[in-house]
Design a protein around this ligand. Structure first.
Ligand SMILES: C[S@@+](CC[C@H](N)C(=O)[O-])C[C@H]1O[C@@H](n2cnc3c(N)ncnc32)[C@H](O)[C@@H]1O
Length: 243
């Protein structure tokens, strides 16, 4: 399927090296994921496979990356060809293997659900793939993000409301770092609606773990650099389990 993400592969690869993704976001996500040894993992909206690769390197037995963007998957498959890790990349959810996975990850994919049924649909992809009590870790837009234009600018992004904030309202993500200057429209979902969609899809034990910075991140950039993000992150982490 063609997707607006098709041409963003290089940008996402480079973005992953930005301090907030490398030292804060992925540090926090892997702390929540914990020990992945022997795990079967589905990476939903895997993009170029940044998390897929890292999860495999951290000991996951099997990683399947699912994305609807052929362009993003082309970059992911090139990385797999250059350095084979045994990751499978697919353009449709692995429907023939219900309950095969112990962990599902969905980083920045729920914000691209354009309406509530699509939001439940994405959560259901995770629920169908997981065994009972399997966990889903996902990063939506922070329902309480700071909409001031430059609040997140020091991290290489801007995020602001493109229309009055409400479930499904448009938000603009402006990625502005290095040679990149790209605006992407995503959707705002409130905390209550995200939790309702997850419960409707079959999840419970919903929690919202906080972000944290790695020691290297604090040593390299100083606590003051991170303070605005930690006080009001642009994203949130949700962890939950399949009923
Ligand atoms: C912002 S990118 C994040 C990519 C990757 N998870 C990361 O952290 O860098 C969002 C990805 O979700 C994918 N996506 C959007 N809607 C999707 C859907 N309904 N099913 C699967 N993937 C989807 C896009 O193609 C894109 O690659």
């Amino acid at each position: 399927m063609t997707s607006r993400f098709d041409t963003f592969g290089d940008m996402y690869e480079e973005m992953f090296r930005l301090p907030w993704r490398a030292r804060l976001e992925s540090f926090s996500v892997f702390r929540v994921l914990g020990d992945l040894s022997g795990e079967q993992v589905l990476d939903i909206g895997c993009g170029t496979g940044l998390y897929s690769r890292e999860m495999k390197r951290r000991g996951a037995a099997r990683v399947v990356g699912f994305d609807i963007s052929e362009g993003m998957l082309t970059v992911a498959r090139q990385a797999e060809a250059a350095q084979p890790l045994g990751i499978e990349y697919v353009t449709s959810p692995p429907a023939s293997e219900p309950g095969a996975f112990g962990t599902a990850l969905g980083v920045y994919v729920l914000p691209y659900a354009e309406d509530y049924p699509a939001l439940v649909g994405l959560c259901s992809v995770a629920a169908r793939a997981l065994r009972s009590r399997g966990r889903f870790v996902t990063l939506p837009v922070n329902p309480d993000f700071d909409g001031r234009r430059d609040y997140y600018a020091r991290y290489g992004l801007r995020l602001f409301d493109a229309e009055p904030r409400a479930d499904g309202s448009r938000v603009t993500l402006h990625l502005c770092f290095g040679r990149y200057d790209q605006r992407i429209t995503a959707r705002y979902w409130s905390r209550a609606t995200l939790e309702r969609a997850l419960r409707e899809a079959g999840f419970d034990e919903i929690s919202w773990p906080a972000f944290d910075v790695s020691e290297e991140g604090t040593a390299q950039y100083g606590a003051e650099f991170w303070r605005p993000y930690l006080e009001c992150p642009h994203a949130a982490i949700i962890a939950c389990r399949k009923r």
